[in-house]
Design a binder for this molecule. Structure first.
Ligand SMILES: Nc1ncnc2c1ncn2[C@@H]1O[C@H](COP(=O)(O)OP(=O)(O)OP(=O)(O)O)[C@@H](O)[C@H]1O
Ligand SMILES: [Mg+2]
Length: 503
């Protein structure tokens, strides 16, 4: 990349408001060809909105967009795509019921005449995924049957198949584990070498330091600074993002599980072919971290503990007594809650208000008499929780669908924290959550455990697992490979274990 190269993309003085929110105020942003440019900022800072203005999803209130020196305005994402602007959105835009191949070629014809040449489509899709270095995805499978990370890879393949000149990735690695992340990094480096201008949105500063040429930081809809990566470091980036010095990150306070009957005992659990003969114990007041490569069975395990899987065998004991978990309802009755990684489909009711989403699962606790909701009590508790998990919203009456991605994730967290459940299972709890709020959420989980709740955190983020867990389980190909105590766990040993070897 030549420093003197004029920017391929230049956005000048962009402003965009929503009811009650100035999402962007006079933001300048430019990207050169052959550059990976990070766009960073806290949840709700305006990152996704800026990119949606670029893509023609939103029209700006003010400002202009130049591509290759030409002022352009896109009426729709389709128009932007036709002009070489491809965006991988934070919330995937795939059609769940269609196959992988059909999703990649949606809206495009292949083969002549009126007949769709399904074989040609499948072959092309396979070719595109192969080019990406992705293996193990059957292009004939419906997208809804794939785990989130594979869906993410399909989404990326779909956008790349249009061969964009400007490529925007809105938190592409949030759902990816170590291996896929590496794959994506290599891919982006290859695209950069071919002269594509890449915008990379992420809350993971290590990735940004390793991958990007420059970074632009947004805070509250305003431009803070554009900075060259070679001239900065991780802590400066974090500081610019939060707007204050970060002294200490989350520190584990070395808690031990309480003596007595375990909160949960899992014996010889099997879930289809995904989980094979797994046994472990969750102590009361303990935070148990479970990690592994993508598809090692950890998500299926969590889903089984919440009654979401059918083909399950083995024994699960709650406070020493065997229980049956055939549905989420039965799980909740046993005091077990699950926060999933699929916020669109499982976590939230998008058209409802933030408040309603927070209180929905807890309605019974807000009922005074049989039918009357205690509105005041509901109001107080939901307001307090929303502040605790730091949801950024113009009001609690705003619909959840208008919140930024990270803020939606905070609402899901808050919703489960509000319920008085004894066992909480979280899959990737801080996926898409900014650095500032992350530490806060870890501290809250720790407090809950201190108060006697038992918590399982499933995450592919090793630093998260190390930072928060009292004990750690590593799964490999559906089996429990190793257990670590806090005292004998470090990144190196965990990394070896998730890959199936032990140091
Ligand atoms: N369609 C919309 N209607 C109303 N408000 C919106 C809409 N889209 C975004 N906002 C608001 O604009 C602000 C910026 O949101 P944006 O999604 O751009 O944040 P972000 O930087 O991408 O955050 P995150 O890291 O959480 O994804 C937020 O306050 C959000 O609530
Ligand atoms: Mg966003």
């Amino acid at each position: 990349m030549s420093i003197s190269a004029p920017p391929l993309l230049e956005m000048r003085g962009i402003s965009k408001g929503f009811p009650g929110v100035a999402a962007l105020s006079e933001v300048d942003f430019s990207v050169r060809a052959g550059e990976i440019h990070a766009l960073i900022g806290q949840n709700g800072a305006g990152k996704s909105t800026l990119m949606k203005v670029l893509a023609g999803v939103y029209q700006p209130d003010k400002g202009e967009i130049c591509v290759d020196g030409q002022t352009l305005r896109f009426a729709s994402p389709r128009a932007a795509l036709a002009n070489g602007i491809g965006i991988v959105y934070q919330d995937l835009s795939l059609v769940p019921k269609l196959s992988v191949a059909d999703n990649i070629f949606l809206g495009r014809e292949i083969g002549g005449g009126i007949f769709v040449d399904q074989q040609a489509i499948n072959a092309r899709a396979e070719h595109i995924l192969g080019d990406l270095g992705v293996s193990g995805i059957d292009v004939r499978h419906r997208v809804m049957e794939l785990p989130l990370a594979q869906q993410q890879l399909v989404e990326i393949a779909k956008v790349l198949s249009h061969e964009p000149r400007i490529l925007v990735m809105d938190e592409p690695t949030a759902a990816l584990a170590e291996e896929e992340t590496m794959l994506l990094m290599r891919l982006l480096q290859g695209l950069r070498a071919r002269g594509i201008a890449i915008v990379y949105i992420s809350h993971r500063f290590k990735e940004i330091m390793a991958l990007c040429n420059r970074a632009t930081i947004l805070r509250n809809g305003q431009l803070v600074k554009t900075i060259t990566i070679a001239e900065t470091n991780e802590s400066e980036l974090i500081e610019l993002t939060i707007g204050e010095r970060v002294e200490s990150f989350f520190r584990h306070n070395g808690r031990a599980a309480r003596a007595g009957v375990p909160a949960l005992e899992v014996e010889h659990l099997r879930v289809g072919r995904a989980v094979r003969d797994v046994s472990f114990v969750l102590g009361q007041g303990e935070i148990l971290g479970i990690t592994g490569l993508l598809g090692a069975g950890q998500n299926e395990l969590a889903r089984a503990l919440f009654g979401l899987t059918v083909e399950t065998s083995g024994t699960i004991k709650r406070l020493g007594k065997p229980i049956m978990l055939h549905s989420p309802k039965e799980a909740i009755a046993q005091g077990i809650g699950l926060l999933t990684e699929q916020r669109k489909t499982e976590g939230l009711v998008m058209p409802l208000a933030v408040r309603a989403n927070l209180s929905l699962p807890s309605l019974n606790t807000f009922r005074r008499a049989l039918l009357f909701l205690d509105r005041r009590h509901e109001g107080e508790r939901t307001s307090a929780m929303s502040a605790q998990v730091r949801v950024k919203t113009p009001s609690l009456e705003a619909t959840v669908g208008t919140l930024s991605g990270g803020n939606q994730q905070k609402v899901i967290l808050g919703k489960w924290l509000l319920r008085d459940l004894e066992i909480l299972i979280f899959i990737s709890p801080t996926q898409g959550i900014d650095v500032g709020a992350k530490a806060e959420i870890y501290a809250q989980l720790s407090e809950l455990a201190q108060a006697g709740k038992s918590i399982i955190v499933i995450s592919e983020d090793l630093l998260e697992i190390l930072g928060i867990s009292d004990r750690m389980l590593v799964m490999y190909q559906g089996q429990l490979l190793r257990t670590f105590d806090r005292s004998d766990a470090d990144e190196e040993h965990l990394l070896a274990a998730i890959q199936g070897t032990s140091l």
